[in-house]
Design a protein around this ligand. Sequence first.
Ligand code: ATP
Length: 313
Amino acid sequence: MPTPCHRLDRGRDEAATIGAASASHTAGACAREAAREVQLARGGSSLGKKLLVAPGSKVRLDRIDPDDTHGFEKAKSDPIVAADLARLRDLQERIWAENKHRLLIVLQGIDTAGKGGTIEHVMGAFNPQGCRVHAFKVPTADELAHDYLWRVHPHVPGRGEISIFDRSHYEQVLVVRVMGLEPKSRWRQHYDEINAFEQLLADDGTTILKFFLLIDRDEQRERLQARIDDPRKRWKFRMGDLDTRKHWDDYLAAFEDALSKCSTDAAPWYVVPANHKWFRNLAVARIVADTLEDLDPQIPPPVEPIPPGLEVE
Ligand code: ATP
């Protein structure tokens, strides 16, 4: 049946022009309508609930299948993702225009889990104006001379902004713990400190979403091998990645603790099965879009009255 705005096709077009100018208000309304249609067709969206780490629960990563696609099929996923990306584009425009809400998205995962791919394919829907990505690398000497949150705080979102963390303050209970960069007596304190920090951000009006991208060892082996074999991917490979891989079990244990101790109402963790990149993108896009929709951001009224019929000469 033809639709007034060719809803799903338009969504797909928008997804293909990631990073282009924002969709108009009318197109945004169409995008939301399209997303609702897709949701209704699927019997509603409960994906976020399925992937959420319930606050207070103990995560066992060996009981979560990194291949799981929760009933979604790759062959049917394109219009679903396209509709959610169109929602994201529209909602971010509203967030930016309204200048009220702030959103922090944290991405964590073992090497090659797909943090960069998620940023490219999902966050690429956002207009770069009002969206910041920060990658947390090995701390500089200056950063090491301060407490570990010192380098994090300047990158949290201001009003109207979305900040995306590629790695984050959680490295302080991941690499720091696994590689013994601090004594246990110190890193074990970080869980409470991180919860307090995130609670502070939330109390001040920041919405926080944290995604752990779960792949398995075989998938990582294939992705690392591809980085070695493919000349276009070699720049991403470091010999150190192989050392990190040797600590796989220690990293998973550290991730389990971080997820279990730091999934809170103020800053929930989601475990996203990420062996299938298309499902990873679908899940993250869906959860971010649903969260932004719950904030119900509104295009603000004109800042001053506009006389009816005003024409620009
Ligand atoms: P990949 O794409 O393989 O996941 P990457 O693109 O995230 O890697 P890299 O520059 O290769 O980026 O890795 C960043 C490195 O910085 C990681 O090895 C990470 O463990 C390290 N790092 C981040 N934060 C800290 C910290 N607080 N202390 C020590 N090392 C840290």
